[in-house]
Design a protein around this ligand. Structure first.
Ligand SMILES: NC(=O)N[C@@H](CC(=O)O)C(=O)O
Ligand SMILES: [Zn+2]
Ligand SMILES: [Zn+2]
Length: 428
């Protein structure tokens, strides 16, 4: 099977756009160049990229697919379609499910579902401790054999230093990463949004920055003791950035991700007590937002991840006091990053593409995030010209995002996995 993706543009190292065609054969990138059509190759299928930006399929190391246990919010099928619609071809799914995949059998059951239903490549995380909340470590070796991507208790922090230390030691021995949602619950005090001027104004309990940053400080020191690859989820505060920066300087093996919503919004953008502005960690102060941008620019923060966290309309259409934490992100992540940061000249297009493809792949040794000849034809094509309004028409089952109605550029035209079109604009 020979496919030609023609009339694309690729971003080169000096941020220049080069017109390209990609020759795909049996799901593999065979050649990148021009005028293959004229050379008489005889393609079975031709896809017109319409002068769009061609990138490696995006890689997201942080999504929530809710299956099994919470299928009314999302399933592997709808979550992976949502990822495909956003140009993602590899995503890593969190284990805060029911049941929690804390045994080989439960993890294998999820992989069976992925095999059946996913339209993009899905790697499943396993938990650090049994049932996410206990102090009993999971059998890392068995879970690794069953295909665990890495270990995380995302949704909750590991509350005890000793448990985290043991988990890190074990993960280092198994050559696996520990991925951490950092939140010290003894510093939570029922908070539902960032503690500051706006929480005060709205009369809502606040979450201190130290609730996150103090646990990162603990963990980087434990990572130093154990030598594990320690990856920090959804960094949100300036203190967290400072701790990670110092840890990296000290040679500690720490990496970090940041979410588009924390880069774009600050507490001042929260118009009131609205559930769709509630996520964990919360949208912080403007100086935190600025520190996250600086952190990406100086390499303290390594990559961008969405933390796609679907919840039902009923759940989110309530006061922040009652609504669950989390917003969706897969379908709009690239267009938000492009519009807010590339169009404004804060980041280059090459930086944004790298932070969403080759860098996350490299951090976790994944065989994706590249358009190298011989690699799987996992490819995204984006329209950088047309301005569109983010509509409430998500492929996700849920619509919990405060970005509906926003004007953006950078809509996905095509997403290909192993050379097959899994999403195209105007399609399903
Ligand atoms: N980010 C969120 O606000 N919520 C996530 C959990 C998490 O990522 O911590 C969820 O599972 O809904
Ligand atoms: Zn989390
Ligand atoms: Zn999460």
């Amino acid at each position: 099977m020979k496919t030609l993706l023609k009339n694309g543009r690729m971003i080169s190292h000096n941020n220049e756009m080069t017109p390209v065609d990609i020759w795909i054969e049996d799901g593999i990138i065979k050649a990148i160049g021009k005028d293959f059509e004229q050379s008489g190759v005889g393609f079975d299928k031709i896809i017109d990229a319409q002068n769009g930006l061609v990138t490696p399929g995006l890689v997201d190391v942080h999504v929530h697919f809710r299956e099994p246990g919470f299928e009314y919010k999302e399933t592997i099928q709808t979550g992976s379609r949502s990822a495909a619609k956003g140009g993602f071809t590899t995503v890593c799914a969190m284990p805060n499910l029911n049941p929690v995949p804390d045994t080989k059998e439960k993890l294998s059951d999820i992989y069976r579902r992925i095999q059946q239903d996913a339209v993009v490549k899905v790697l499943q995380y396993a938990p650090i401790t049994m049932d996410l909340r206990s102090d009993v470590l999971t059998d890392q070796q068995a879970l690794k054999e069953a295909g665990a991507f890495a270990f995380t208790n995302d949704g909750v922090g590991v509350q005890t230093a000793g448990v985290m230390y043991q988990a890190m030691k074990e993960a280092a021995a198994n050559n696996m990463a520990i991925v951490a949602h950092t939140e010290d619950e003894s510093l939570l005090f029922g908070g539902v949004m960032h503690k500051g001027a706006v929480s005060e104004k709205l009369g809502l309990p606040g979450i201190m920055s130290a609730t996150e940053s103090s646990q990162i400080a603990r963990d980087v020191l434990l990572a130093k003791e154990t030598g594990v690859h320690y990856h920090v989820c959804h960094v949100s505060t300036k203190e967290s950035v400072a701790v990670i920066r110092e840890a990296k300087k000290a040679g500690i093996r720490v990496t970090a991700e940041v979410c588009p919503h924390h880069l774009i919004l600050s507490e001042n953008d929260i118009p009131g007590d609205i559930g769709n502005y509630k996520m964990n960690p919360p949208i912080r102060a403007n100086e935190d937002r600025q520190a996250l941008i600086d952190g990406l620019l100086d390499g303290t923060i390594d990559c961008i991840a969405t933390d796609h966290a679907p919840h039902s309309r009923e759940e989110k259409n309530q006061s922040m006091l009652k609504a669950p934490f989390g917003i969706i992100g897969s379908e709009i992540a690239f267009e938000l990053m492009y519009t807010e940061f590339v169009e404004t000249g804060i980041f280059t297009l090459e930086q944004v593409v790298n932070w969403m493809t080759v860098v996350p792949a490299r951090l976790f040794n994944l065989d994706c995030g590249t358009l190298a000849i011989g690699s799987a034809a996992d490819i995204a094509v984006f329209d950088l010209d047309e301005t569109v309004t983010i509509a409430d028409d998500f492929a996700s089952k849920s619509n919990n995002t405060p970005f509906i109605g926003k004007e953006v550029k950078g809509q996905t035209l095509y997403t290909l996995v192993n050379g097959n079109v899994v999403w195209h604009k105007g399609g399903n």
